[in-house]
Design a protein around this ligand. Structure first.
Ligand code: NAI
Length: 326
């Protein structure tokens, strides 16, 4: 079995090589992302293994089929980059629904604490032997209201962490379940001191945080997004920060991240003025879609992907298979 592995990074290889070797699957690692031009690299392969910023739209699906590919193994949970409708009957698509909700939830809390206690600024100051505390006044999380949008695997772990801090939790979910205080989205926006997004990106959730919803939030609200960039209208967020309506933003994902994130642009001039301006703000923290990146998660991703492939080979389908109804 051979799989063309797109958008390969050094940290992907050890776990995929290990689990691939154990099960007779060879992963051919390509640094390039999957798109219409690169799909031909999969010629002769049984499948492709892709990540969040690879493109699997109709045109790419046609090219993959021409190349003889039968499977698309997503090594991530989100699948908004795949045209499942078009893939139906052409390719078997499967994903890794959960690899470590702890990794993402803990990163969300790490960003929140960094932001509100100004750790990112203190780190730079003390390295220069500047021990002044001016401008570093934070606030207690204890007693604050956390609004969680999307109470799935990650949202629930995040809620548990927040409870440990003595926070009040309110939540919104399209399909509410479990013993949480669920409220309407508008009420969550109105009441939460901090809002953390943990729902998938769909047509419905696209730009769920925009100019209008930001105006409904508490002044000084902190917004955390470790889910998908396009849940937030980045331009509206920037305006919210400039007007002080938004007190801080912690962003692990960004609307236009696909051309930037995971790569080193330190020697380049960034064309994206909105991202550049957001990064320049003292109260905005940006990480590069890093929330998933723990050893535990990488191992689980590789193990589940390999198991998904073996299951398809054996039974013709996978329990983690995606179809349009998903
Ligand atoms: P999950 O499927 O367990 O939970 C998603 C929750 O969102 C479900 O409870 C679902 O009912 C709810 N939901 C669906 N549509 C909604 C809507 N319109 N409004 C509000 N809630 C809605 O998914 P999980 O594992 O908790 O992941 C959540 C998201 O986190 C993923 O969709 C993915 O985009 C993102 N993610 C980000 C990572 C990172 O490294 N930054 C890594 C892994 C996931």
């Amino acid at each position: 079995m051979e799989f063309a592995f797109f958008d390969a990074k050094s940290y992907d290889r050890p776990s995929f090589e290990k689990y691939g070797k154990e099960s007779g699957i060879t992963f051919k690692f390509y640094e390039t992302k999957l798109n219409e031009d690169t799909a031909k690299l999969a010629t002769g392969c049984d499948g492709v293994c892709v990540f969040v910023n690879d493109t699997v739209d109709a045109a790419v699906i046609d090219r993959l089929c021409d190349a003889g590919v039968k499977m698309v193994a997503l090594r991530c949970a989100g699948y908004n980059n795949v045209d499942l409708k078009y893939a139906k009957g052409k390719l078997i698509v499967f994903h890794v629904p959960a690899y470590s909700p702890y990794a993402v939830a803990e990163h969300a809390m790490a960003m929140l604490l960094t932001s509100i206690r100004r750790i990112h600024k203190a780190y730079i100051r003390t390295r220069d032997f500047n021990f002044s505390l001016n401008g570093f006044t934070g606030f207690d999380l204890h007693g604050k209201t956390m609004g969680i949008v999307g109470m799935g695997k990650i949202g629930r772990v995040f809620a548990q962490i927040c409870k440990g801090f003595g926070m009040k939790i309110i939540a919104y979910d399209k399909f509410p379940s479990g013993d949480y205080e669920f409220v309407e989205l508008g009420e969550l926006f109105k009441k939460a001191d901090i809002i953390s997004l943990h729902c998938p990106l769909t047509k419905e959730t696209d730009h769920m945080i925009d100019e209008t919803t930001i105006q409904k939030m508490k002044k000084g609200v902190v917004i955390i997004n470790t889910s998908r960039g396009a849940l937030i209208d980045a331009e509206a967020l920037l305006e919210g920060i400039k007007s002080r309506q938004v007190g801080a933003a912690c962003l692990d994902v960004y609307e236009e991240e696909s051309e930037l994130f995971f790569e080193d642009f330190s020697g380049h001039i960034i064309d994206d003025d909105i991202l550049a301006r957001l990064i320049s703000m003292p109260n905005v923290i940006v990480t590069s879609h890093q929330a998933f990146l723990t050893e535990e998660a990488l191992n689980n991703i590789a193990e589940t992907t390999v198991n998904n492939i073996l299951e398809v080979v054996k039974t013709g389908q996978s329990q983690n298979q995606l179809s349009v109804k998903d």
